[in-house]
Ligand binder design. Sequence first.
Ligand code: CP
Ligand code: NVA
Length: 298
Amino acid sequence: MKHLLSLEKLPRADFETILSAAAGFKRERGRPQPQPLAGQTWALVFSKSSTRTRVSFEVGIRELGGESLFLSANDIQLGRGEPIQDTARVLGRMLHGAVIRTFAQSDVDTFAEFSGIPTINALTDAEHPCQVLADIFTFEETHGPIAGRVVTFIGDGACNMPASWIFAAAKLGFELRIAAPKPFQPSPELVRRAGGAIVVTEDLQAAATGADLLYTDVWVSMGKEAEEAERIRVLGGYQINQALVKRARPGAAVMHCLPAYRGKEIDAETFEAHAATIFTQAENRLHVQKAILNWAVS
Ligand code: CP
Ligand code: NVA
């Protein structure tokens, strides 16, 4: 039994196990599949909205022989203040695994500790490990091994997506450049803790130069809606557009975890030019998460 709580805690060998199993799940989809979740019921406990993560986990659990129960945090007693420790101990006695999307990373960690069932982080304020595993899988499908490559993240460098990229860079040996205005740069403590080849800069032109992958995410993450106007003002300009793509290596990938806000973190023309990659990223959530579920119960 294993948990996927963060990429910081995921050993390098497990990255490789998950990524190589995902290729098999993608190739074999539609054929008779292993059923490692046969007889199991997993809960999806979500405190934030979701399209991709929810659907890919529900479909993935079903395709691996299990059943899923979607629990919006507001509809269970958790939303009325029942402690996470108690919720975890109740769910742990009835269910076989849990996929949790919430605000505080400590809630996912506590759930794993108290429930005694495999627990997967489906996004917290601190990390989005399933997304970055799917992104790396997507990059490697078309561009080969990510080790030794240059990945440039443009935009809100202080949210969950860049944090998971930071930990992945240190584990998998690629250079990560984060271009963000000062108030939206990752904490130096986090960058130091991760180790690896990480460059944090305000200079998005320099950061994009020679990159193998340009990546962005929303300027206003879930839970930050009250800061929307200020974020749009400060992050304005930290956009992936055609001019920036020209600075990257020819044939560089452009990726977005979605949902996308055209005209903000990416312009419409660049989004559509790279839609095939971006929607393959979304599809690959399914294949990669089946590999994560299979790994978690093995
Ligand atoms: N990228 C992602 O996690 O999408 P959802 O918020 O729709 O799940
Ligand atoms: N940083 C974004 C990611 C969405 C998938 C958020 O937390 O809202």
